[in-house]
Design a protein around this ligand. Structure first.
Ligand SMILES: [Fe+2]
Length: 287
């Protein structure tokens, strides 16, 4: 059965219907990869899946792997349950971010399915990093293309670790994920399109700028990514499956449902080492 792909906004997101997600064949997998390259966030609708079926669905986009922080904590299961309830408040997901950019390698794709949803709130919002880059002036795009920024773990995460596991574990996790540097504009590994690669969740400074210069530039770019014209917002229903491209988007989960219970099952697929976008200079203007 052919996939029916319907854009959800003029910029980002598409609903895909007509595929049996629990028994995806190679044609279906190719259709999903093509739709993801074009729309960056795919809403696949509500289909019950077990752990194994979700892992196999993720394989359409790359080899599933354990989130590096979960691996550091001792988990070896590529299928993770992200649970928030009265005892487990959300851990700083409310700022836009690409997952774990404080690490030298990031996931290519995330595949989430809602296992338990809240009576209100709990949406996820994505912003299109290609569209945000394209909307900048050629002069600013040219400058950003030569810059790098430092990314570090959200200090609030270390604080949660400190409260739950004590000082020693919190200090060790901070040391293990002390941060890394990425280009501020990266080339998408599949499409080659340039993407703005900074996020307010993990990016803390621009390499080579004075602190005030860095704060001003990052503040502008974070505000730029925050414009609704680049966004798709999803309200979860039980069994909803959503796939997103980690390079082509940043995402946030507003903390507006706690202390209600929400459970999302997550599989990360594929690995990307962010690479700088090649800038082309035409008539003295970099594009
Ligand atoms: Fe995230």
């Amino acid at each position: 059965m052919a996939a029916n792909v319907r854009p959800l906004t003029g910029t980002i997101g598409a609903r895909v219907e007509g595929l049996d997600l629990g028994a995806l064949d190679e044609d279906g997998a190719a259709a999903l990869r093509d739709a993801l390259d074009r729309h960056h966030v795919l809403v696949l609708g509500a289909q019950p899946l077990d752990d194994d079926q979700q892992r196999r669905l993720a394989e359409a986009f790359g080899a599933p792997h354990v989130h590096p922080v979960a691996a550091w904590m001792g988990s070896s299961d590529v299928v993770a349950y992200v649970t928030n309830d009265a005892d487990n408040p959300p851990q700083g997901d409310s700022d836009f971010h690409t997952d774990y950019t404080f690490h030298p390698e990031i996931a290519a794709v995330a595949v989430l399915q809602a296992q338990a949803v809240t009576s209100h709130g709990g949406d996820t919002v994505w912003s299109d990093t290609h569209a945000a880059y394209d909307a900048l002036s050629p002069a600013l795009r040219g400058w950003l293309g030569g810059l790098e920024a430092h990314h570090r773990m959200d200090p609030r995460f270390a604080e949660v670790m400190r409260q739950r596991h004590g000082d020693e574990v919190a200090d060790r996790v901070t040391a293990a994920f002390g941060g890394t540097v990425h280009p501020m504009v990266v080339s998408h590994p599949r499409t080659g399109r340039p993407a703005l690669f900074v996020n307010p969740g993990y990016t803390d400074r621009v390499v080579g700028l004075e602190p005030k210069e860095s704060d001003a530039l990052l503040g502008f770019l974070f505000e730029h990514l925050g414009q609704p014209r680049f966004h798709y917002r999803h309200h979860w229903a039980v069994d909803d499956v959503v796939v997103w491209d980690e390079v082509a988007t940043v995402h946030q989960g507003p903390d507006d449902f706690w202390p209600e219970r929400r459970v999302l099952r997550r599989v990360c697929a594929g690995v990307v080492v962010p690479q700088p976008a090649v800038s082309v200079t035409v008539g003295g203007i970099a594009s």
